[in-house]
Write a protein that binds this ligand. Sequence first.
Ligand SMILES: Cc1ncc(COP(=O)(O)O)c(C=O)c1O
Length: 378
Amino acid sequence: MIYMDCAASALQRPPAVGGAVLYALDHFGNPSRGAHSPSLDASRLVYGTREKLSRLLGFSSPERLSFTHNATEALNIAINGIFQNGRHCISTVCEHNSVLRPLYRCAKLYGAELTLIGADSEGNINYNDIEKAVRNDTKAIVITHSSNVTGNVTDIPRVSDIARRHSLLLVVDGAQTAGCFPVDIERDGIDIFCFSGHKGLMAPQGTGGIYIREGIDLPPLKTGGSGIQSFNEEHPSSMPEAYEAGTLNSHGIAGLDASLDFILGEGIQKIYGREKELSEHFYNEAKKIKGVKLYGNFGGERTAVVSLNIGDVYSSEVADMLWNDCSVCVRAGAHCAPLMHRTLGTEKQGVVRFSFSYYNTDGEIELALKALRSIAEE
Ligand SMILES: Cc1ncc(COP(=O)(O)O)c(C=O)c1O
């Protein structure tokens, strides 16, 4: 089997991840809920993982990071918290439904207003339109760091500059970049960064997180046990507990901790560089295949995603052939990004998305290309 669906979820992980989860299952009590070793060991591991994330993602106070179950939960905390009293939001057509649906919901429930910035036929955001969209009541720009359909990376410093000049919050969806693309939250003036653990970070599913800059107070989505201030009727408002009601997934976080050791050890530049090499080679060969159409800007900064179609064949048919005949795992269809597909003109056909990881080999890339060539010939 050749796994090339890493933008959905990692499959190959650093070898220590599985062992770390098993160790945690057998040794961890409830983190932050006791003074005995099993509980303290879990607490220490959770704190250490926050600290490693702060080093990888470029922020100085580990406690500004709350763990969530995925990027979707983190984005819901951010969007519901910011727009609970309405106001105006600027976002883009490149967003995943985990941004769009919470925004549509805030529009319906709280009267929030939304301006969606368009993109060109390669999926490049019309940056010049962002500043034009700013209004007196604009509160935030919510934007993906990289499209899960095209792999194009957003020019965050440019968007951050607009946000800063107009005193807007900058919320970045880092689901496709954390762990596989260099992220520097403080340098780039990102106010809120949301991410998944199970994609580029190669950790177990059920892990993710939200970084919130000091000085931003958002109401929590959930309230409940926090291990501190038990006699307070209100859920604690200090981070990280504010957004961590209930028992944490410390078993999954143990896996994340182990994958962070690997990523920090290898270095993000090395991981990014290798994935880039794999995806560039794939792109350069795929574009030579007759009938193949590629989507995205292949001249700019990108993550290791290559989306394509063969003629006008439905993307799901191509993906089925890749899997049934050649054991290649890819993702077809709409990838939960309806407006991106509308912009690319692929609403009906969808696209076949290949997404690579550090663990893919040159040989696997050749086999996937061979499979693609034979499908295109058919
Ligand atoms: C750009 C983007 N944002 C958000 C998400 C949601 O991530 P999760 O499934 O971890 O909640 C995804 C998932 O594919 C994504 O690609």
